[in-house]
Design a protein around this ligand. Structure first.
Ligand code: ATP
Length: 682
């Protein structure tokens, strides 16, 4: 659709309204046409005057017989219009519409919708929508009427008028992205019809069909863009074909105190295949909490190192980078593989020195936060990039790290199980491996939701666990508006706990502490010197302290399901029975339902589906953060099936024509490439 004309060409849109529309993100006629109704009202059922039911909101069509204006008191103007059809007569009433009299003419035909009343022997209609019958299509009544998401200064009549104009103006310009055969095969409405039906439905069935078409189109374009992005890097550039020997990785596995799980073995085989092929690997490991992703990362890094390449591991927080560094050094040092940590707390000179050693190949594996993608970090020969908890990084950041090498392989690890539909959208440019098996011997974490009143009991329970040698986390309420308040809460809580448990060591962790301080507290907790760790949500992802068996979450209602599952995942990582206690005084049924689901289910993937349904994808995690467009029509929680079909279709088309060069794909090509440009620019 070439509808880039400025909106001012539309009747009724002046500079002031252009500004208001721009605030809603509407700058072109195309934007406008994709600003879809929020709901509809069926006013198509025209009644004769005799059929109008008192007390109901009804629509009728009749002739104007008389018009009166009354001014019963200052500031109140009543326009009283006597109407008639061949079954009877009635009165239509408007309030304070001074311009109205000029628009109405005796003898004209009028459609009105409004609440019917009966007074002084007459039916009276308090009009809330009217339209004069002319040769034109009626927009506001006498049909299924659309209602748009709006803002101050724009009323529904205005929306309908401009949508109607935009549809008419562009009738010849809608450029179809599907071929006639595809439309038929997929049973989709042509774009022109779909847009017309979604704005001004001829029936609800047609409106549903129109919506289906537009959702399909939206998902299809995004899938194509994501697949083309991946296809390009896979086919246009040669990646590294890592050597086939796995001596180092095998020795590492033999040294582990446990056998790998079936899922770990399966995923390793997938990575092995990817790394040995000459296409750059772009793979996502989706694992439930505690499923053992670090082992997978280590294995890949060793394979790269064995072939003479370097590896990088990027973590979302300083604490996690630290933890990964310790884990990897423990595994790698005995194998003679050199690991280093690019810490935020290093001074300039230390940093330069470290970077120099990386450039000179004195370091095999470099671990760090996003500091790794800073410009002055260079590798001699980067062969594998592992990105942990990718949902905190965007598409753009991922590619920055990749640019530090010649098409290195990329492994993304996500510990937030997300529903398949969402994974396909957010990670549609990656192959996905599922790590869906927990190591044997793990006991489900017993989860309880308690109210404020039970604090006394909780204290006794905690004392007992501590006396058994366990450690505990207490996560503080999250005050979204203010980090300072967060910290204040956490500090007060820690002080209270200190008073209650004088014989134990209490640690406090929050986002504004210096890296060195955080590191020290974490190490003390890891080594059992701190028994209770009071923390804001900085520990949310990835922290691994198997001796911690109690997780207490304050004001649990403030967290989403996925987040609570993450927090719970910090315990139950060893063999001892673990507990998660959610404190909430909320009486909101939706909240209680969320907490109930959590106490019933341990399966992160199932919880993710529920969370998506309960809160919608926007809340689940900001799509924009990933450089992905937000959906205008589609709803991932509801339209998963359509997404899968669109993905399937996209794969099929690209297999046939990887760059959409066929003439019949011209329109499709243009749309996909403009989407890609937007995504990459981000
Ligand atoms: N096959 C296995 N058998 C037993 N224990 C294992 C196995 N694989 C990993 N582990 C151990 O399980 C714990 C969790 O592993 P890891 O930290 O890699 O999990 P994760 O998937 O990163 O979890 P999270 O996302 O919750 O941080 C570690 O202590 C690890 O040593």
């Amino acid at each position: 659709m070439e509808t880039k004309s400025p909106l001012q060409y539309l009747k009724g849109v002046g500079p002031r309204r252009v500004k208001i529309l721009a605030k809603l993100g509407i700058e072109t006629e195309e934007d406008l046409l994709y600003h879809l109704p929020r709901r509809y009202e069926d006013r198509s059922n025209l009644k004769t005057i005799s059929q109008l039911r008192v007390g109901e909101t009804e629509t009728t069509i009749a002739y104007i017989r008389r018009i009166e204006e009354l001014n019963p008191r200052k500031g109140l103007l009543i326009t009283k219009v006597y109407i008639q059809d061949n079954t009877g007569s009635a009165i239509a009433l408007w309030y304070n519409q001074s311009y109205l009299k000029k628009q109405l003419a005796l003898g004209a035909q009028l459609i009105i919708t409004g609440k019917v009343d009966y007074r002084f022997g007459q039916k009276e209609i308090a009009v809330n929508e009217y339209e004069l019958v002319s040769g034109k299509t009626s927009l506001h009544t006498g049909r299924i009427v659309p209602f748009y998401p709006s803002t101050e200064g724009l009323n529904q009549r205005f929306w309908r008028e401009i949508q109607h104009q935009a549809l008419a103006r562009n009738a010849e310009e809608f450029r179809e992205i599907f071929t006639p055969e595809e439309l038929q095969q997929l049973d989709l409405l042509p774009v022109k019809e779909a847009l017309r039906e979604i704005h001004f439905p001829s029936s609800y069935t047609q409106m549903e069909k129109a919506r289906y078409r537009l959702v399909f189109e939206e998902f299809y374009l995004l899938q194509l863009a994501l697949l083309v992005l991946r296809g390009n890097s896979q086919k246009s550039a040669k990646g590294i074909a890592h050597q086939k020997e796995n001596k180092l990785p095998e020795r590492f596995v033999q040294n582990l105190p446990f056998p790998l799980t079936g899922a770990q073995r399966r995923v390793l085989a997938e990575i092995n295949g990817d790394m040995e092929s000459s296409y750059p690997m772009q793979r996502l490991i989706q694992g439930d909490v505690g499923s053992g992703k670090t082992v997978i990362a280590a294995w890949g890094l060793l394979k790269a190192v064995e072939g003479g390449y370097q590896g990088a591991l990027m973590a979302p927080t300083e604490i996690l980078a630290q933890q990964h560094y310790h884990t990897l050094t423990g595994w790698f040092a005995p194998l003679g593989v050199k690991t280093a940590l690019l810490k935020g707390s290093l001074n300039r000179r230390e940093k330069d020195l470290l970077i120099e050693r990386v450039m000179n190949r004195e370091i095999d594996v470099l671990v760090g936060t996003h500091a790794l993608i800073q410009e002055n970090v260079e590798f001699a020969d980067l062969g594998l990039v592992v990105i942990d908890e990718q949902h905190r990084f965007g598409v753009k950041q991922r590619s920055l790290l990749e640019e530090k090498g010649q098409q290195p392989d990329v492994l993304v690890m996500s510990a937030t199980p997300i529903p398949r539909t969402l994974a396909l959208t957010v990670y549609g440019d990656l192959d996905i491996s599922l790590l869906d098996e927990l190591p044997p011997g793990r006991k489900p974490v017993e989860t309880y939701c308690i109210r404020e009143e039970s604090r006394g009991k909780l204290k006794m329970f905690l004392a007992k666990q501590l006396s058994l040698g366990s450690q505990a986390y207490i996560v503080c309420p999250l005050v979204e508006e203010s980090e300072t308040l967060d910290i204040k809460n956490a500090t007060t809580l820690a002080e209270n706990i200190k008073r209650e448990f004088p014989s134990y060591n209490i640690g406090l962790l929050h986002g504004q502490m210096k890296a060195k301080e955080k590191e020290k507290i974490m190490q003390d907790f890891q080594h059992g010197r701190v028994h209770i760790l009071v923390s804001t949500t900085v520990i949310e992802v990835g922290v691994n302290v198997p001796n911690a068996t109690v997780m207490i979450v304050e004001d649990a209602e403030r967290f989403g399901l996925a987040q609570l599952h993450q927090l719970r995942g910090r315990v139950g990582r060893g063999n001892a029975q673990s507990y998660c206690i959610l404190i909430s005084s909320s009486r909101n049924p939706a909240v209680l339902e969320r907490l109930r689901i959590l106490s019933k289910t341990q399966d992160g993937f199932k919880l993710a589906e529920e969370d998506l349904k309960l809160r919608g994808p926007g809340e689940f995690f900001g799509m924009r953060q990933h450089g992905l467009p937000e959906f205008k029509v589609g709803d991932l929680a509801r339209d998963g099936e359509i997404l899968l079909r669109a993905r399937h279709m996209a794969l099929k088309v690209l297999q046939k024509d990887p760059y959409l060069r066929e003439l019949s794909y011209k329109n499709l090509h243009d749309k996909v490439w403009s989407l890609i440009k937007k995504m990459v620019k981000y």
